[in-house]
Structures are given as structure tokens and as C-alpha cells.
Design a protein around this ligand. Structure first.
Ligand code: AMP
Length: 359
């Protein structure tokens, strides 16, 4: 049993780790951040930090022994790193959640294996198999690297005129999958949490808009039917149960609205707190960060009720220069991540606005 006063170890020192650490502090926990980059945003708000690479076994063992439970803010934790940590500390979410979510082929196969709809997909090992996959799945299709893709990186469209082999070359011929293009109406996500004893709670489905492949705005409610909302939560629960998942989980989905009506197709999962859940900080009774801390500590989950209609907007790159204007705006909740330099595409902060449900 982890008690207030214990130490939560967090792998990764970005804004997600920073907001988890702040939530942990509110519940009387100490945090120890492990990250390779000097000046990581999470260091500013933690009791301790270690600067070392994710391959440094001695540093990982020292870190694991110094904390009571280890969690992480990104899914590309190498499997050897997860194994080293698991040998010396409780790791939550578990290594299987990492393995499944960091490889698009394993991820799609796992989700499809639960009878949850995903885009048609195929794995291929050479040019012939790629062409065969394109013929089978049809165009347009999306070519995605199996690993290390994010914010639209590591993927490219196969349009009617695209030469698939040239497109694969552009991805450096990295191990990849081909996915059928989903003609979605909207992108939505569910943020949910599960505890080791099977406790489960989900937030309301949110609708996500991207700009330059990066999340720009999240709106809740998502404006879908009650049946679709219930289906989204059931999908998240089935995935969390199948992974024996502990912590907050994000499930990104496409909302399709065609002749068959409104339905959901899962795109990917993130075994961590997620940008599309930032609205819960101020917009829900319990934030996703607090919920994650509760889950990994084995504590009861908090209420996920919404406090109104919520909009979360990311402050990307120079957007952050509006900070004074946002501070002056009644009711706007500003969150800045303490990053020194506002480079293009860099997530610098976010702002949450809560409105009466009727507006
Ligand atoms: P991902 O890295 O898988 O989250 O993909 C990034 C973005 O590309 C998604 O948010 C979608 O906007 C788009 N996308 C990815 N896969 C598909 C697909 N199979 N069909 C249509 N759009 C997709």
C-alpha cells in the first residue's frame, strides 16, 4: 500500500510528467523524475531528479530503488528499460501496455483481437508485399512506421497517384504497416483510468481538432449520441481490462458517420495521461493527472464529472506570447510548462475555458 509521503518515480520530464508531479504533490507524495534532458520542465516541480539515459542500467536501478512506484509520461520507453525497472519496483502501467502501444502492428492486432473496430491494416516485409497490401486495402491508404510515429511524423498518404515504394523510401524503409483511410467526420478520444483491483472510470468523450498534425483544440462534450458515448467507454474498458491496465489510458478514435450511421473506429492508444485530457484540469472534478496518481498508488479513483462545457486550447510555439491577455480573460485557466524557448511546433502551455452547459 502506497501512502502519502511515499515517492512516485516518473520516467520522462516533459509537461505531462510535470503535471503528474504537481498532482502527486497535492496528495502529499514526493516525486522523483528520471529524464535524459537537462532543464526538463518536470524537474522544477519535483523533490528529486536524475539526469541519465534510458539505457543507463545502474542509474535506472538506483532510481527504481529510491522510489515506491514508477510510472511514465511517454510510451516509447525501451522494453529493456521497462524490464530493469519492473525488477526493482512496481511499474504502472505494466510492460505489456508499453509493448502493445509502441508498435502499431501489435497495437492494431491486439485491438482487433478484442473485436473492436480498427481501420483495415496489413504488415509487409518487402516491396512485393507492400504492393499486394495496397491492392488489397485500396486507396487512399496511410503508410505508417510501426514505431516512433507521433504528431503525423512517420506516416504518409498513399493516394491514387502515389508510388507506394517511393512513399516507403521516404519513411526510410522502416518497418511499417499500411492502413485503410478512414473517412472520419471527427476525431474523438476517451480518457479512462483503471486500478489494479479492476476499478474503472472514464471521462466524457472529447472531440479533438488538429493544426499542422498537432492537437490544437479539445471540446467536451463531443456532441455524439448517448449510444456512441457509451460504446466509446465500453471500448476503453475492454482494452484496459485486457491489458490488466493500471493508470490513465487514452484511446484515440475516429467518428465515422455514413450510411451505416454513427460509429467508432479506434486509431491508437496511449498508455499515459494525454493532451486531449488536459481539459480535466479545472474542467472535471478530478484531473486526469490526479486520477493517474490515484490509480498507480492503488487508491480509489476520483469522480470524473464535468464542471461545464469545456474547451482546451494548446499554446504551441509563439501562441504562448498571448499569456498576459489570457491571464486578463475572466475564467480562463492558463497553464504554462516552464519551457525557456518557444520553438515552432513546441507545446508551451494550454488554456482551458469552462462555460455554462447551455452556452
Ligand atoms: P496517428 O499518428 O496514427 O495518430 O495519425 C495522425 C493523424 O493522421 C490522425 O490524427 C488522423 O488525422 C490521421 N490518420 C491517421 N490514420 C488515419 C487513417 N487510417 N485514416 C484517416 N486518417 C488517419
Amino acid at each position: 500500500m502506497i501512502r502519502p509521503g511515499s515517492t512516485l518515480g516518473i520516467l520522462g520530464g516533459g509537461q505531462l510528467g510535470r503535471m503528474i508531479a504537481m498532482a502527486a504533490a497535492e496528495l502529499g507524495l514526493r516525486t522523483h523524475i528520471y529524464a535524459p534532458e537537462e532543464n526538463s520542465p518536470a524537474f522544477d516541480v519535483a523533490a528529486e531528479y536524475t539526469i541519465a539515459s534510458y539505457e543507463d542500467e545502474a542509474a535506472l536501478v538506483g532510481f527504481a530503488k529510491a522510489v515506491d512506484v514508477v510510472t511514465y509520461e511517454f510510451e516509447n520507453v525501451p522494453s529493456e528499460t521497462a524490464a530493469t525497472l519492473s525488477a526493482h519496483a512496481l511499474l504502472a502501467p505494466n510492460a505489456q501496455a508499453l509493448a502493445v502501444s509502441q508498435d502499431r502492428f501489435l497495437e492494431k492486432s491486439f485491438i482487433a483481437g478484442l473485436d473492436i473496430p480498427v481501420a483495415p491494416f496489413a504488415v509487409f516485409a518487402n516491396e512485393d508485399e507492400l504492393l499486394e497490401a495496397v491492392a488489397r486495402i485500396g486507396r487512399p491508404a496511410v503508410l505508417k512506421t510501426r514505431r516512433f510515429g507521433y504528431d503525423g511524423k512517420g506516416q504518409t498518404m498513399i493516394r491514387p497517384e502515389t508510388d507506394p515504394v517511393t512513399a516507403w523510401d521516404a519513411l526510410g524503409r522502416a518497418p511499417s504497416i499500411l492502413e485503410g483511410f478512414v473517412p472520419f467526420e471527427r476525431e474523438v478520444s476517451v480518457i479512462a483510468a483503471r486500478t489494479a483491483s479492476g476499478g474503472f472510470a472514464a471521462y466524457d468523450l472529447c472531440a479533438n481538432e488538429h493544426r499542422n498534425h498537432i492537437l490544437d483544440t479539445t471540446r467536451v462534450p463531443a456532441g455524439v449520441s448517448a449510444g456512441t458515448e457509451a460504446q466509446a467507454v465500453a471500448i476503453a474498458r475492454a482494452i484496459a481490462d485486457a491489458l490488466d491496465y493500471v493508470g490513465v489510458l487514452a484511446v484515440e478514435m475516429f467518428l465515422v458517420n455514413d450510411a451505416q450511421g454513427e460509429r467508432l473506429v479506434v486509431n491508437e492508444i496511449a498508455p499515459r495521461v494525454h493532451n486531449s485530457g488536459h481539459w480535466t484540469l479545472g474542467g472535471a472534478v478530478t484531473s486526469q493527472f490526479e486520477q493517474h496518481v490515484r490509480a498507480v498508488c492503488g487508491w480509489p479513483l476520483g469522480a470524473t464529472s464535468r464542471l461545464g462545457r469545456v474547451e482546451m486550447q494548446n499554446l504551441i510555439g509563439h501562441d504562448v506570447e498571448a499569456w498576459e491577455r489570457i491571464l486578463a480573460e475572466p475564467g480562463a485557466h492558463l497553464h504554462l510548462y516552464g519551457k525557456a524557448e518557444a520553438r515552432a511546433g513546441r507545446k508551451m502551455g494550454h488554456v482551458t475555458r469552462i462555460f455554462d452547459e447551455s452556452r
